[in-house]
Every structure is written in C-alpha cells, then in structure tokens.
Design a protein around this ligand. Structure first.
Ligand code: G1P
Ligand code: ZN
Length: 544
C-alpha cells in the first residue's frame, strides 16, 4: 500500500451549515470536492495517529463511494481504527452512541438528513467530536477556513473494503472494523426504557403502533427493536428498507411528507401510536389515533413525565429548547423548579449544556428531541419514550396531551416555510425586519402589544461563546411570538421560516383550529416581513 499526496485547489463553498456540509450530489462528485473537505477536517484535527474514528451514513446515493474515499484518506492520515456500520449504515444517533461507547476520537456521518437523495438530490457530511455530538462552530469555522487554502490531501492506493461483512480488515496502519449498526444502540435503548412492560402491552395488543421508516435509515433499527425485540407484530414498521433515493420521497417526518402514515392515523382503523423518522434517524413525528402532537408539545409532555421511565427516574437536571420552539417546555420547567435554556437552532448548542450536566432533556420544533443518552437528537428514542409513557399511563396519546394542556395551558403553534425563495429577496426580507426592530417595542397591533423585538444572540452559558443573528424575534406582552429565520440547511435558494405561537390558558378554548387561532399573528407577520409579497409566493410551501 502506498500513501499518495495529491495536489488540489480550494473550492469556495465548503462552509458547513446548521448541520454539516450539504450540497447537491453533483457538487460533491466534482474532482477532489469530498477529498478537500475531509482533508480539511483532518488538518484541523491534527494528530490522529492511533485514534479511533466512527464512520457511517444514512445510505443515500453516494454513501458507499464517499465511505471508500474516507477510509483511504483515514488510513493515509494515520487513523488507528475505523468503526464502520455494516453496509456503510449508521443513523446519526447510533453514530453518536458508538462514538461515546467506544471512546472514539470522533466520526464522520454521511447524511443530508431530511433532504431528498438520489443522483440529482442532496448529499452531506458532518464531523462529530469526542462527546458524540456535532462539532462546535469554532471547529466548523476552522474547517471552512482550511478548505479555502487547501493545496494537498493524503490518500492510499488500497482497494475498496467490503462494507457488507462484519469483521476486521487492515488498510495500511488502520484497522477497519465493520460493526452491526443496530446492536449498540438497541442495548442503550433497553437500558433507558421498560422493555418488559412495553413488550407485554404490544404482545397483548393493548398498544398498537405503526412506524414509518420512510425508506431511510431507521427501518433496520425499528424492525430490530420494535418488531424483533419488543414483539410488535410483523408489518408494524412500514417503508422499512433503506433506499438510495428514499423511494423518491422526502424523508422528512411531517404531515406532508409522511402522508401514508398521516392518512392511516386519521383513518377509523388507526393504531394507538403512529411515528416516523427522517433520512438519518434523528427526527421524530408522533401521532395518536386522529391526533397530531406538535414537536414543541411533545418535548414538554416528555419533560413533565420523564420521571415515570427507568432511565429518568432520578428526575431532570434542566431542559433546553431552540429559540423558535414554543414555550410549552418553559412552563413545565417552571412548575418543576428547573432551568429551561433557550438556544439557537441546531443541535450543536445543546451539547455543551448536556456535557456540563445542566440539562437532561432538550428539543426543537423541527421534530427533534433528545436527552443526555447521546449528543444528537434521536428519532427512535422519542418513539420508545412515548411507547413507554402510553404503557405506564394506560392512556391514549390524545388523552396524555389534553391532560397536559389542562395542567399547563396550550401553546398554539405553527411554522410556515417558504422554500426556494430567491436569495436576494430573502435578504431583503431580513433587512426590512431588522430595520423595524428599534421602533417595534410598545407598538400595538390589535390584541397584541410588542414587548421586545431583536435578532437573537446567544451567549453559551458554559464556554461563553457568542452566536449572533440567530433569528428575529417579535415578542408580545401576552407571551405570543413571531419568529423569522433563514434556514441553514437548504441547498437551493433560501428558505424563509416563520414561527407563530399563542398561549391559551383556558381549557374550554383548547379545541380550536391552530391556523385560525394564529390568523392575526400570521397577517401581522406579512405586513412586517412582506414574505409573500417579496418572494412572489401566495402561500407557504410547507405548514407544520
Ligand atoms: C433545520 C431545523 C433545525 C434542525 C436542522 C437539522 O435547520 O430547523 O431545527 O436542527 O434542520 O436537522 P434549518 O434548515 O432551519 O437551519
Ligand atoms: Zn436528520
């Protein structure tokens, strides 16, 4: 085996976004594009001699080719051992679990999460650090800076590795170990939840479920855990085989993209629990029979009930939510006398809080929930959490959520996405909003008086690092909010997200239609941000 030093020239566009570097497959397939990024990571990592790295991806188009390149580059850079999921597969939370369990130095996860896959769709790569979580901004900024000046990368001339056979191989100085992608993760779940209780309920048919793998990574995980280990009947997992193009679908678990599941759950024969996960397995959607649980409500319900489950009996240290997520979680934290932290969008900000043991549970409105068991959000974990909760409380999903609203009040909540907006138009929207921030406080719009308006700035309470421009908040004196932000994960044009929230304490008013309740705020957002006008779209592309 020979180590080759190959010359390369920088690409200008390798700045990682909310969650790693995501681009169209065709961009990733340009000569040396992937190699430049991977070498930039190695250059920032420094000495990796003898260290362990974890590799795996969500199985999308280009996953296997990219892995073979990273294996050769890891060997050329002197990595000691690579742990790779069989078939090149590892869900994002499973990768986090494996990094932590085997004290790896870090790992590469190949995924563009919920973005579609295939030759004309998206690919992505992110680096996770020793705690199992996404690399912090200081690291990704350094990788970006390195990618702007890179002139060489290291690679071996070794043959491709058989990714499908469990076992060990040598590539120069590196031992390549192909591992079962599910087992370590399944063991962790067994430790957190009452598998015996859940299994009894599933086998007796007192809990019925349908899990939609969306032809993405969680199929094998869900089949092994829900069907084989817990005994949910065969067929409880649908779309369970990972496909390179996710069967042509959008592997994003919401009511629009997980429509097969959504239709089943709205039908008369719906099972008690319906759930779906995304491309790389870190998101979750939870539904009861004819009932949709908003992710913001889900994390609040989980926090209020965590003490009922084995892994969380000791109680919660604190909780956190991303800024645009509704304040339902804050109300639970207040009642429990624990802290609720408000972080910028993206999972990386929770990592410091988890490591510093300031929080146990955290979540985002974008169907992401997690806890201190790994350093990523975790789709299947959330499903098991709800399963365990239903088994303990012996209530339906709808009953659990309605009881929660009775106790804490209901946060009516919705997000409107305008996808594929012209970038200049999007910048215009942001500039227009920024221009109004100073004069908004005190202004009255119908029933709403602005308490404050700002561009969210986060100071990390653990390391003091500052993140600016994390979204425009307009907060009203009655606790209602409108939030505007630009997506950091899109690969084409800009996506404008508007988040609406209105609190209702009165249980008599908890049964209303969300969009109707939020109508005043939706109209106000248009007059403030002119999103429809400036984007030329007459309505959002996705409403969740
Ligand atoms: C989106 C979500 C965000 C999530 C991220 C990665 O990012 O909004 O909550 O952490 O995907 O799954 P955005 O496109 O809004 O930057
Ligand atoms: Zn994801």
């Amino acid at each position: 085996m020979q180590i080759e030093t190959r010359d390369s020239t920088p690409y200008p566009d390798q700045k990682p976004g909310t969650s790693g570097l995501r681009k169209k497959v065709k961009i990733f397939m340009q000569p040396n594009y992937l190699e430049n990024f991977v070498q930039s990571v190695f250059d920032v990592l420094g000495d990796v001699q003898g260290k362990v790295l974890v590799l795996g991806g969500d199985g999308r188009y280009f996953n296997r080719e990219a892995l073979q390149t990273i294996i050769k580059m890891s060997a050329a850079n002197g990595v000691g051992r690579l742990l790779i999921g069989q078939g090149g597969l590892l869900s994002t939370p499973a990768a986090s679990c494996v990094i932590r369990k085997y004290h790896a130095h870090g790992g590469f996860i190949l995924s563009a999460s919920h973005n579609p896959g295939g030759p004309d769709e998206d690919f992505g790569i992110k680096y996770n650090v020793t705690n199992g979580g996404p690399a912090p901004e200081s690291f990704t900024n350094a990788v970006y800076a390195r990618s702007r000046e890179i002139s060489q990368y290291l690679i071996t001339d070794s043959p491709a590795i058989d990714l499908d056979t469990i076992g060990e191989f040598s590539v120069g100085p590196t031992t390549v170990q192909i591992i079962d992608p599910v087992e370590d993760y399944a063991q962790l779940m067994e430790h957190l939840f009452d598998f015996k209780l859940i299994s009894q309920a599933l086998k007796a048919g007192s809990i019925t479920l349908c899990f939609d793998g969306m032809h993405a990574i969680t199929g094998p995980y869900a089949k092994r855990i829900l069907e084989e280990k817990l005994g949910s009947p065969h067929g409880s997992v649908i779309n369970g085989i990972p496909l390179e193009d996710f069967g042509g679908g959008h592997p994003d678990p919401n009511l629009v993209y997980a429509h097969e599941l959504a239709e089943l759950m709205m039908s008369p024969g719906a099972p008690m629990l319906g759930a779906a996960s995304d491309g790389d397995g870190d998101r979750n959607m939870i539904m009861g029979a004819r009932f949709f649980v908003t992710p913001s409500d889900s994390v609040a319900v989980m926090a209020a009930n965590a003490h009922l489950l084995p892994g969380y009996r000791a109680g919660l240290r604190g909780v956190a939510r991303s800024m645009p997520t509704s304040q339902a979680l804050d109300r639970v934290a207040k009642a429990m006398g624990i802290n609720c932290y408000e972080t910028p969008t993206g999972w990386k900000f929770f990592g410091n809080l988890l490591d510093a043991k300031k929080i146990t549970l955290c979540g985002e409105e974008s169907f992401g929930t997690g806890s201190d068991h790994v350093r990523e959000k975790d789709g299947l974990w959330a499903v098991l959490f709800w399963l365990n909760l239903i088994a303990v409380k012996k209530q339906t999903v709808a009953e659990i959520v309605r009881d929660h609203w009775k106790k804490f009040g209901r946060d009516y909540y919705s997000r409107h996405d305008y996808e594929g907006v012209d970038s200049t138009a999007a910048e215009g929207i942001v500039a227009r909003l920024n221009g109004q921030l100073a004069e908004l406080p005190g202004k009255v719009f119908g029933n709403y008086t602005v308490e404050f308006a700002d561009d969210f700035r986060y100071v990390d309470p653990v390391d003091g690092s500052v993140s600016e421009n994390q979204g425009i908040r307009i907060v009203f004196t009655n606790g209602s909010r409108i939030v505007f932000r630009l997506s950091g994960t899109g690969t084409q044009g800009a996506t404008v997200r508007i988040y609406f929230e209105r609190y209702e304490r009165d249980p008599q008013k908890h049964g209303q239609d969300t969009q109707t309740v939020l109508k005043d705020l939706i109209d106000l957002a248009e007059s403030l941000g002119e999103v429809r006008l400036r984007s030329g779209m007459d309505k959002p592309t996705v409403i969740t």
